[in-house]
Write a protein of this length. Structure first.
Lengths: 317, 386
């Protein structure tokens, strides 16, 4: 085991030398400093999922790190003023842009941007002189600009949560009321249709069973498929956008979603038949009846969609 | 049915998302920890190893907050999307490569190119087939002199070997000119020699031919009997030379005929010609006098006269509309014409000609059926058409 750790150390520090050599400006960062950071990244992204990753896999991982960005951040962490100047000069626009998109107004964007720089700079050293703060989390795997945008987004959400705990805005209260109204109006009760109360109750129960079974079926999907369902149905993304998040083409996302539909149908039927004792014909009838009710109810739901979607996006942002 | 099933599931999912929200999502407090900025960014940029990506996908599926950040990062960064998983068809097998060669886009350009190349190739072949005639004529300057000498002096021919090579060559336009007149009695070798002689004749001097009009005048006649010694001359086309030589020979023959009795010449000349031809055929170098006659006829547009030749080949008298015409000095002369009388010159096609044939339609056949210069006596007056 110790041999394996030693081997990984060697690979990381050799990789640090290569990384330092291919950086346009390494800001005088020592390979040892880079090696520690690289080792941390290897452990986090590679060895945690595959302890026996081969030498070539580790070397490939190290060689794909962003050399310039990682040297810059490590130099900033070490207190290199030139590196700080470069960081601010090169990425102030990026931070400002990310802050503006995460804030409701210009004033909020300014406050958010200043908070980012203060946090990055002021927390670069811990009490014991050890690296602390967000700079230590940059691994060099992704771009520095993207990392800064993610930092801004996380900070914006944190600030929003803090404010939300203190007071629920009137706007949020309106939003919750709208959602509750929607739930009351639509549902699968079918009470607006003037149907027989027995049928209504039966349908309601069937709908509840199916909803429950569907939720469980979703949980049984693979992580990628479940993420696709969440992105498409729950986050309201289009297939192209969902595919971009998953790193696949729109057509691939579409094919995958079609397969997910089929998997979910089979899984729901299996749950209803195995756990609720339904027959195959009963599940088929329930699916078709629920679909009919949903189709009749979907238009008023869709009519409120833009408002709901905008509100959801605001909260998420 | 399958599509309907998928539609039902799609509707159920939409309803589930609206009714219950993300029921599977854990609250922020329930989550042990969110993804850090580096993990979120690495996921959004698609640079995570497979294992880590799957792990983070599971978290993102249950965490709306992190998912929201990843969505924003993806849209802000404009992450390049991997192309669809369509395997590129590379022509791996020979059959695939061949089928690619005959695909429609390729044929669209190849077929016109092949047609164009074929046209060019055929054109080149035709041009090359025209070349041998000139080639043969160009390379026989020395034999030309001797054949002219033979022609003029009726000497015994050179050895047949001298003409063997040209005669063995591919048929030329010149030889085809000879063929129609080869109805005279001759041996097979003589005919072949005559053909060979014709192919050698085009080497005559063009300057002489140009200076000498088609209708040779008497002043040229004595010179033509002298042994010709043409200098080496530039090559001309076979057809030009044949025509030139034909004119010259015709002039010579008519001169000889004129020196003899005008009446007797009509028969004696034919005999003389046949003698010459016979001698040349024996010698194998006779320069195809019949070809010259044919050339002359062709030049004057007298092909129709062939129908009127008698068995001896005499062509010096014709009868048109009851009038008999005799060939004299390259003119068709009405037998009733008295040379002491003056003539009225009328150019065919002129206003005067049209007026004359309008007043005297009976004179028209003489002017039209006889080509060249024609002297006609009509109602006591002599007209010369030219």
């Amino acid at each position: 085991m110790s041999h394996r750790l030693e081997q990984i150390d060697n690979l990381c520090f050799e990789g640090a030398s290569r990384l330092s050599a291919r950086a346009a400006d390494n800001y005088g960062v020592s390979p040892d400093s880079l090696g520690i950071r690289i080792k941390s990244a290897v452990q986090k992204y590679l060895l945690r999922d595959d302890e026996n990753a081969s030498t070539s896999v580790i070397n490939d991982f190290v060689d794909k790190l962003q050399a310039d960005d990682l040297c810059l951040i490590v130099a900033c962490e070490e207190g290199n003023e030139k590196a700080w100047d470069d960081l601010v000069t090169r990425f102030s626009t990026t931070v400002r842009s990310a802050a503006r998109s995460a804030s409701a107004n210009e004033e909020g964007a300014d406050d958010l941007a200043q908070s980012i720089w203060a946090e990055l700079h002021g927390l670069r050293r811990g009490a014991g002189g050890q690296p602390a703060g967000k700079l230590a989390y940059y691994s060099g795997r992704g771009s520095l600009a993207g990392w800064l945008r993610a930092v801004v987004a996380q900070l914006a959400i944190d600030q929003h949560r803090k404010q939300s705990r203190l007071v629920q805005t009137e706007e949020d209260a309106d939003f919750d009321r709208i959602i509750q109204d929607g739930h009351d109006r639509r549902g699968w009760s079918g009470r607006d249709a003037g149907v027989n109360p027995e049928v209504e109750t039966s349908q309601k129960l069937a709908g509840a069973d199916m909803q429950h079974a569907l939720s469980r079926a979703i949980q049984q999907l693979s992580a990628e498929d479940r993420l696709l369902v969440k992105l498409y149905y729950f986050d309201g993304l289009r297939l192209k956008e969902a595919g971009a998040v998953l790193g696949v083409h729109e057509a691939t996302a579409s094919r995958r979603l079609t397969r997910v539909h089929s998997d979910l149908r089979q899984q729901v039927e299996r749950i209803l038949m195995d756990e609720k004792g339904w027959t195959k014909s009963e599940t088929d009838v329930a699916f078709s009846e629920v679909a009919v009710h949903l189709e009749t109810d979907i238009e008023p739901i869709l009519a409120t969609d833009p408002m709901l979607t905008n509100k959801e996006n605001k909260i998420a942002g | 049915m399958k599509h309907a099933d998928q539609n039902e599931v799609d509707l159920l999912l939409r309803s589930l998302a609206r009714n219950s929200g993300d029921s599977s999502a854990r609250s922020d407090d329930a989550l042990s920890e969110h993804l850090d900025a580096d993990e979120l960014n690495a996921f959004a940029e698609g640079v995570l190893p497979e294992g880590a990506r799957t792990r983070y996908s599971a978290h993102l599926a249950d965490c709306p907050s992190c998912r929201g950040i990843v969505i924003n990062l993806t849209q802000a960064a404009g992450v390049a999307v991997r192309p669809p998983a369509v395997t590129e068809r590379s022509p791996s097998s020979l059959l695939q490569q061949l089928s690619a060669l005959f695909s429609q886009p390729v044929l669209r350009f190849v077929v016109p190119a092949i047609v164009l190349a074929s046209i060019l190739g055929i054109g080149l072949l035709v041009l090359q087939q025209d070349q041998p005639g000139e080639f043969i004529a160009k390379h026989e300057p020395s034999q030309q002199t001797s054949s002219l000498d033979d022609t003029n002096q009726a000497k015994p021919a050179d050895s047949p070997s001298q003409t063997a090579a040209p005669s063995g060559a591919a048929p030329t336009p010149l030889q085809s000119v000879v063929t129609p007149t080869a109805d005279e009695p001759k041996g097979e070798s003589g005919g072949r020699a005559a053909g060979a002689g014709v192919s050698q004749e085009p080497v005559i001097a063009r300057k002489e031919a140009d200076a000498q009009p088609a209708e040779a005048t008497p002043t040229f006649a004595p010179d033509l009997n002298a042994p010709a010694a043409p200098p080496p001359l530039p090559a001309y086309t076979a057809r030009d030379r044949a025509q030139t030589l034909a004119k010259e020979e015709a002039a010579k023959r008519e001169d000889q005929a004129e020196r003899a009795d005008e009446v007797k010449v009509q028969t004696s000349e034919g005999v003389d010609d046949r003698r010459k031809l016979g001698a040349a055929a024996k010698a194998g170098t006779r320069p195809a006098q019949p070809a010259n006659v044919q050339g002359l006829m062709r030049e004057r547009g007298e092909d129709e006269d062939k129908n009127k030749k008698d068995s001896t080949g005499r062509t010096d008298s014709r009868t048109v509309s009851g009038k008999r015409f005799v060939r004299k000095n390259n003119q068709w002369v009405d037998s009733a014409y008295d040379s002491s009388r003056g003539t009225t010159n009328v150019k065919r096609g002129s206003e005067q000609y049209r007026a004359l044939v309008a007043d005297e339609p009976g004179i028209r056949p003489f002017a039209e059926q006889l080509s060249g210069e024609v002297i006609v006596v009509w109602k006591g007056r002599a007209y010369r058409f030219y």
